[in-house]
Design a protein. Structure first.
Length: 433
């Protein structure tokens, strides 16, 4: 089954996981007065975010940003006051400084597309052209303007959430003005810090709920890096840093391709095998899928270099061009005909999530039903195994994680949701046990 959360992410998850659309930070000196003025105007409600620092590292900085009514804000003070970003193309350092403290609390506001960055040793640096902050990159040594990337050698990671009014229909046992808090810790781009997030609130029946995601084991980080190195080339090349100190991070395969440390044709052979299997037009050489909503059934076959899905009954096609290795790891959008068919567009979004998930888990040759959810023992068994995603899942809490953009297909993502949130806890597990 495709989850509602997968559908919501179908055309947005890559931008959300890799993107710079939303941000919040710690105010540069002198901004406190402006932050208080803005807070008074927007009246953002807050909940306490407690950060438990078990990392074993000192000089911790926390940077929180998000959007409210289309404007980007950052948390300028632990009490929850917020400020807007300057319109600046120059890098500025952001982050609330907490030194060696083992536990700190910040009031985090009700905002959408929020990220909570934790860095050690130094603050992260951001540009904010048009008042929208940039995304700190751990997978490129150069910044977009050709200079040095000020964040590449910084130890950091993040988790993300959206908190806002629950769209209609509101579950009947909740108040009409109920809010929801949905979030995850993503490894779509990289894994740097072993974070465990905890949401406290109520469930849809208004019963107390405490939900977690991320990494619970104190040994998770050490084991992930050890497994990636043991996997050999090209996987060990995704580990960044660590010659004299602990590694900074392990980056995803597509970021490894961009950085020149991972082969651009690594997955080509499997893609060729899939396209060959579903070429020929016979019933034995078709892909089938069922989507939710009015679209329902699809049958797919390779025509030329395209994988073409035809909708059952109402007609219309969803066409996937044969992808490169990079496109497969990132997910790539199909073309839809007729383009103006809203139901078909919805179905295309679901198909996109299924195609990427079955390629990444190398189950697309083993089963021609891409909407089926086999036992998780079927994932990452058939060569070439995605060792990055397999390793992240192996050591994640309940083995739920985001090793690629649409990893929530068949409910394998780390996202969790509560209503009426009252508390958030973020635990940074040890870095080198």
């Amino acid at each position: 089954m495709i989850s509602f959360k997968t559908l919501a992410r179908a055309f947005a998850v890559l931008a959300f996981a890799c993107a710079a659309a939303v941000t919040i930070a710690v105010a540069p000196s002198g901004a406190a007065g402006a932050a208080q003025d803005i807070q008074a105007k927007v009246h953002l409600r807050t909940v306490p975010l407690t950060i438990v620092n078990r990392s074993g590292r000192g000089k911790m900085f926390v940077f929180v940003y998000g959007t409210y009514n289309g404007t980007s804000y950052y948390v300028a003070h632990p009490a929850g006051t917020v400020s807007t970003f300057p319109n600046s193309t120059s890098y500025q350092a952001y982050g609330l400084a907490f030194g060696n403290k083992k536990k700190v609390t910040i009031r985090v506001p009700e905002m959408m597309n929020t990220r909570v960055y934790v860095s050690y040793g130094r603050k992260l640096k951001f540009t904010s052209a048009g008042g929208v902050p940039s995304t700190p990159s751990g997978w490129s040594q150069s910044d977009p303007t050709g200079g040095k990337n000020p964040n590449f050698r910084t130890l950091f990671d993040w988790f993300e959430y959206s908190w806002g009014p629950q769209p209609a229909p509101v579950p009947p046992k909740l108040p009409a003005n109920a809010t929801y808090l949905n979030g995850n810790q993503t490894q779509v781009d990289m894994f740097g810090l072993p974070m465990l997030f905890t949401f406290v609130g109520v469930d849809a029946n208004n019963n107390p709920a405490t939900l977690r995601g991320g990494f619970k084991s104190a040994k998770a980080r050490k084991r992930i890096f050890a497994a990636m190195k043991k996997a050999g080339a090209p996987w060990k090349r995704l580990v960044i840093g660590g010659r004299k100190k602990i590694p900074l991070r392990v980056i995803s395969p597509y970021n490894g391709i961009s950085m020149g440390v991972f082969p651009a044709d690594q997955f080509d052979g499997y893609i060729d095998s899939v396209w060959n299997k579903y070429t020929g037009g016979s019933a034995a050489k078709t892909v089938v899928a069922r989507t939710t909503g009015p679209t329902q059934g699809f049958t797919g076959a390779v025509s030329g270099t395209d994988l073409v899905f035809t909708r059952t009954g109402a007609g219309g096609t969803v066409t996937f061009a044969k992808p490169t290795t990079m496109q497969a790891y990132q997910a790539w959008a199909p073309t839809v005909s007729p383009a103006g068919d809203a139901d078909l567009q919805t179905g295309a979004g679901e198909l996109m999530t299924m195609v990427q998930a079955t390629l990444m888990r190398t189950t697309m040759l083993a089963s021609n039903s891409i909407s089926a959810c086999p036992a998780t023992t079927a994932y990452y068994r058939n060569a070439p195994v995605n060792m990055y995603s397999k390793t992240i899942h192996r050591y994640a809490y309940k083995r739920l994680a985001y090793g690629f953009g649409f990893d929530d297909v068949c409910n394998q993502g780390s996202d969790q949701q509560v209503f009426q949130p009252t508390r958030v806890i973020l635990t940074i597990q040890p870095l080198n046990k």
